[in-house]
Design a protein around this ligand. Structure first.
Ligand code: GLV
Length: 308
């Protein structure tokens, strides 16, 4: 039996080291080192090239190295009737909490504007908002969304969450599927933390922006595919949105000639909101590998019907 790693960047060393540390009895292979594909029972991947799994005929489970699993479903040849898993990790959650909180505070205290003024040696105090007077709406109120909501609420923001089913979280108003318009009408800062599926692709579009309060601020820390880029530019140009912070893009790295780069109402970061760390998630991957071996139920499974 062996555990196969496949990464688009081929950065295997930290993953092999961490998995060996989690359980030294596991044989860890990569597409480059595998000798007998039939011994592979589980694969753990990050953006595996399409068709990567065809030769592993005894695969029982495929796991994502990160929280997102859209990269698995991007492959039309993903084996059917196989268990799919993702990672759920305290560090992924706390990194996301800190990053989104930083962006929300940065926005209400106008720090981006002051950085631009400093570059021109200009002293120009402007008015600011207090957290307690600002509602942050979290679109996608799952594990990460709730963690982010809790921290924003502790800071003092008014927080709401929207997800498929209502969630019971203290201090936070939770909206379910058919209450999207009510949720949007209150969200002065909208944070997208949705999984990317057929249903959510392109959800950040003109129609959705028009339902937000005028001058709302958009934070996308989910996937580039959620956003219709031309609709964002239009909403910024007509001031329906006052700005956006984007950590994820349709094409990553964001192409050098992309028009987002030159806009001072868009903050760009290179997909660093919350990065999966091999040392932190290897124990749960090793646990799942051993559960496959023992025919036990896996942790953190994903529904291929729902796509998350
Ligand atoms: C990061 O984007 C992840 O899905 O873990």
């Amino acid at each position: 039996m062996a555990l196969l790693l496949i990464r688009n960047d081929k950065n295997y060393t930290p993953w092999i080291d961490a998995l060996k540390k989690a359980d030294s009895s596991i044989t860890v292979v990569t597409p480059e080192t595998v000798e007998n594909p039939e011994e592979v029972t589980m694969a753990v991947t990050w953006k595996a090239p399409q068709g990567s799994f065809a030769k592993y005929t005894n695969l029982k489970a495929i796991g994502s190295m990160g929280a997102g699993v859209d990269h698995l479903f991007d492959d039309p040849s993903l084996p059917k009737n196989i268990s799919l898993t993702r990672v759920v990790d305290d560090k992924l959650a706390s990194d996301m909490q800190e990053f989104v909180s930083a962006l929300c505070l940065n926005h209400i205290r106008n720090l981006k504007e002051y950085a631009a003024l400093q570059a021109q040696a200009k002293w120009k105090p402007t008015s600011y908002k207090r957290a307690k007077d600002v509602t942050v709406g979290i679109l996608g109120f799952g594990t990460l969304g709730q963690a982010v909501g809790n921290m924003l609420s502790t800071i003092g923001f008014k927080v709401t969450g929207w997800s498929h089913s209502k969630k019971d979280v203290e201090q936070i108003t939770s909206y379910s599927q058919n209450e999207l318009d009510r949720f949007l009408a209150e969200a002065e800062i909208l944070v997208c933390l949705l999984p990317l599926t057929d249903k959510t692709e392109g959800i950040l579009n003109t129609e959705l922006f028009s339902k937000l309060p005028k001058g709302a601020y958009l934070i996308n820390v989910a996937r580039g595919g959620h956003l219709v880029e031309t609709d964002l530019i239009e909403a910024l140009n007509n001031r329906q949105l006052s700005g956006a912070a984007l950590d994820v893009f349709h094409t990553e790295p964001l192409p050098q000639d992309h028009l987002f780069w030159n806009r001072n109402d868009i903050t760009i970061t290179p997909h660093i909101a919350s990065m999966s760390n091999a040392a932190s998630v290897s124990a749960q991957i090793a646990e799942n590998y051993n559960r496959v071996k023992n025919g036990e139920e896996l942790l953190n499974t994903v529904s291929s019907e729902r796509g998350y």
